[in-house]
Design a protein around this ligand. Sequence first.
Ligand code: FAD
Length: 448
Amino acid sequence: MSLTSQLEIDLKDLELASDPATLKLKSRDFFWFSPVLKRELESCRADLVVRPKTIADVMQVAAAAAKSRSIVTVRGGGTGNYGQAVPLEGGLVIDMAGLDRVVNVAPGVGTFEAGATMLEIDKALAPKGWELRFYPSTRKQATIGGFVAGGAAGAGSCTWGQLADPGAVLAVEVVTIEEEPKLIRLDGPDVLKVLHAYGINGIIVSVTVPLAPAHPWAERIVAFPDFKKAAAFGQAFTEADGIAKKLVSVFDQRIPPKLGRVGKLVPEGKAAAIIMVSEPQAGAMAHLAAQFDGEVVFERGAQDAQAAAFEGHGTYGPLYEYTWNHTTLHALKRDPAVTYLQLRFPPETNLEVAERVAAEFGDEVLLHLEFQRRFGRVTCSALPLVQYSSDERLNEVMARIEELGAQVSNPHTYVLNNAGWKRVDAPQPEFKRIADPYGLMNPGKLAV
Ligand code: FAD
């Protein structure tokens, strides 16, 4: 009997799918942002998809997979960019979207099932006056389990830092892949055992994170005469601790024309910043922007901004859906030859290094800067739009950017610890022996 038939028998009381359309859909993420990964991962397919709805279901799936030694790939919203959720060698995909409950909310802290999307979590928190501290620009589709396992930072990181910052994730519960699976709770620094482990260190079933008091986040677009002034404002505004803010994204003047309707709000030839600021302090933000010759060219009040994000109301989607790696998505819609890189700039010299990179490549590399705190210091990262010509040229560009002083994480490889940002001090190999003793979790994803 084939492995799949055995799994179908063992899991017959759960929601299963093996039709070609579902297998294709649940075997993909956003790897196609990379021309390299598009070639390499396009044909990868799961053999079976299961959608557990409870922790007991997940334990049943883990036991069945271990018993039949079936390869498993855990999937959240499937919005990863490097094929994180692609089943490299087929097997069983575990679609976690059915575990979507809010488990508990107390002042300053919340526990959520791993398959809950970050948008639905924020909708549930809003009436209580709390919110997630930060979320990726894929807030609508990304699950909190997928974010912890494969994400980094996003809207809110300008104030609250990143997943790697101590305390950003307080606890996780993980199911091991064994004939008799265990439910293990990891607290405090132990969460590093699964943080950014790309779904190979057990199945995360719940995540506990600190919460922030909710603010009425107003949206603004500010136009600047040039990128240098816009970047200097981004730095000063992120450092302005007196102003509550959720998003500080700065764009080279050549990017707005690639952003569709929202881009048209920026006068031609101007650099721009997309901002989410606490509504009572939007005036203070505009005052600071004026010191860098910035002019507010678009305003949306907090109520309308929330309706755009929560209900899809209004002419424009939420503005954070134009920032972080959404910029690439918009540019790709208009030019299929666009791809991207991931850069991190050193604190203190971030603006100088960004300026050097911006000056080096002409129209080939266009920067947008995502301002953030990291281990307490203000800096920025970039997901520059890159005009793709060949793999060799892409490698040359990455090497040159490293020489100019930025740290490059290569988003064009699916072997994720080759990419450059993996924490080497994280106790992940030891935990893998406990969580996945048979090495069934998406082999090939990490060089272990
Ligand atoms: P998936 O893509 O489904 O999975 C990600 C990884 O986590 C995979 O390795 C998977 O196996 C593993 N995984 C998923 N669920 C679990 C679980 N329950 N247990 C164990 N492992 C699990 N990222 C950012 O950090 N910031 C951004 O602002 C950002 N913007 C983006 C914009 C666009 C347009 C796109 C396409 C991507 C962006 N990303 C960003 C990447 C991605 O959206 C986020 O990292 C997101 O949090 C991933 O969540 P997901 O639920 O989609 O995870």
